[in-house]
Design a protein around this ligand. Sequence first.
Ligand code: PEP
Ligand code: MG
Length: 853
Amino acid sequence: MQQVARFEKVTPITQTARMAAAVHGGRAKCLQRLVRLGFNVPTTVALSFDAVHEIARGKAPPVGEILAPFGPAPLLCVRPSSLDQDWGGPSAILNIGMNDARHAALCDSIGEEAANALYLRFIQSYAEHVSRLDPDLFLLPDAPSAEAVAAMRETYEEEMEEPFPEAPQVQLAEVLRSMARAWEGTSARLLRQSKGAPADAGLGLVVQAMALGVGPGESGSGVIGFVDPETGEPQITGRYLRQSQGREALSAASGALYLTNDPRGPSLEECAPEAFAELRAAGDLCRQRLREEMQVEFTIESGRIAILDAVRLPRAPKAAVKIAVSLASEGIIPEAEAVMRIPPVALTALLHRQVDPAAERDIVARGIAASPGAATGRLVLTAEEAEASAGRGEPAILIRRETSPEDIRGMQAARAIVTIRGGVTSHAAVIGRGIGLPCVVGAGDLSIDRQGQVLAPGGRRLKPGDWVTVDGTTGEIIAGEVRLVEAGLDDSFRTLLAWADAERDIGVRANADTPGDAEVARRFQAEGIGLCRTEHMFFEDGRIGLMREVIFSETDEESAAVLSRLLPLQRGDFIRLFEIMGGRPVCIRLFDPPLHEFLPTDTRGLKDMAVMLGKPHAEVKARVEALSEYNPMLGMRGVRLGIAVPQIYEMQARAIFEAAIEAGRAGAPVVPEIMIPLVSAAREVEVVKAMIEAVAAAVRSETGDMVEYRLGVMVETPRAALRAADIAQHASFLSFGTNDLTQMTYGLSRDDAGRFMSAYIRRGVYEEDPFHLLDTEGVGELLQIGAARGRKGRPDVTLAICGEHGGSPRAIAFCRGEGFTYVSCSPYRVPLARLAAAQLAIAERRTAAELPA
Ligand code: PEP
Ligand code: MG
């Protein structure tokens, strides 16, 4: 029978004590490792999560048991020890056990001033953190005199209306109680949950004998790290302060020494070279044996070093990647472990500029963080102004109620986009992520008034030309020009992703509409294009006019003539895409949006269009009205348009085939993938397939070239998922468009859901915005049904996802679990997807290895 592990609630930390991070917390477990490494660690006792939880529930702290190893007159500190140090915890409390008797003894051993200083610090932190008194009443005096101690005690006793506790047992019990309760408070819980802690995360505590750092000879305390926390490059960091305790050296206004020799001032290396050398050796040992870059807290007592604590060095994402790669390159950890150590979302910060974490933020409004990164520029309110600004070399921030395809050029010219309406799959959000532009959507607290000024909460106004900063990572709109830090793509980043690729077992492609997108996709090593939304090519310079001519054509001949002018342009686009992708698969989606998206919405635009088309304004207006639909997203778009106006799909198919032949002649052979959008019936696929095959046959006979291609279907209506068996008979691949599929499964408009989404999430109606995080239950069930039925109809059908969810770890886990061949996501999410996919494969392998055979 397997032995059930038993852990004591109170455990003195020794080399052999039974301890685990999941029971006592990471700090306690790390202290045991430090003891095992032979460091001089003061006597320490660990309290388990269970013990602390019982104290929070009202059980008396087991003070007698805890104090047993510390002798008759203990002087102690207590520190929090949660499973993950990033989850935070209550502040450490030092010098527990200080009382009049101890003070008198310390006056003899370390001198009166030093003893007074310790007593003052203890009363101060006890008052603030245990008795929760106003910290302003307990400021440390300039001179630690006996009078100052008496005055501070008196203040405490007046405020509490009881004597300051003298007994170490009472002090310790109160400290433990206050720390246990603080952990269970609402704000602490919400804070750690925001950092990924589970709702029932436990807190352990470590009670340690104080190493004073105060007294005769070289005495003090400090904190040392061995790499730069921003870059991860080797560098000694931290400070040492004589006659100090805890982490005071880091916050001291003056007097702290540098650790290593430094032109800015005196250092520990100069003043106590042996102690410094010992610390350096300790750092090396920690790195080798704890397999991590640690930050070590130490004291020096009359020249002797004690190691009090070591935590994982807090680090910026760039440093995290560098450290993981260095540890693996030196053989300290396996490459797979390095891959597991980086949370995929941390890569986001490396791909884009970010607001400097140290910069002040004057936040004007908040919205949904729709595309990460930050940018600063002058406010503009129209796409034209954004283009004009870019033309003048001035960075522009475009704020719109919402964007439409007409705005595309202005969006490309802007540094960042803000929309007042819309959710994470709105036009602005999709384009922003596609081109790596910071974007905040659904900033509903903003409005634009008649004078063309942006009104913000609190009566604030932003005028065109004002400097603003947009943080698409946090969803903040900030007044003024805020300092940014550059993106951190470097060799370590590339190495880590190469290791990830070696582990990954699901493909990662990019959604790329333009040659620019495709170049980014290749830079991030996407294995192909999983979705090229061809309509975006029609909004380029000069082409929107041709599209309008197609829409206003009165005869088939007329529209054929205009489409023949669009053909070479579209062919040119595809040639560039095929060239950039160098023979890798490129999946081109046929035209999808409703035609009205190509038409102007305002009177002035209509008039200009009438002039351009040479038609009477009234006639143009009537045609626009005739085209308008009550529900355009459910109207004549996608395959429906392809069947109703076949000339557009025919032109696109011809452009694809001719481009494939031309690109294939010059480079690697190209087998294009053609995808039909918004399918809901197998017959739609049959009709379009016949149409495309006819074009292929025509191109074959005209050129004498082989025209090979794969035809697939975008599964983005619930019916397509349900009828996938029939549909797959005519399709060699099925790619799930989870944006529309989510919209149609919930009956929730992609473009309007932003208005109430935050209220829904706040009230717990939805766990998360389903356009952001794949709804694995409802939409997921449709994916499962679609995948299973698709395979039934065609066992070798390729399955993929190309909605915006495709880059999120949750969707990747789901699709991998269902045996999909690849995911496709915005180019800037490709690295994140590669890493997340690798972590899933490694985690699965590790779980399998742990299972008994
Ligand atoms: C989708 O619907 O999931 C999709 C990828 O297409 P689009 O966002 O262009 O509608
Ligand atoms: Mg769609």
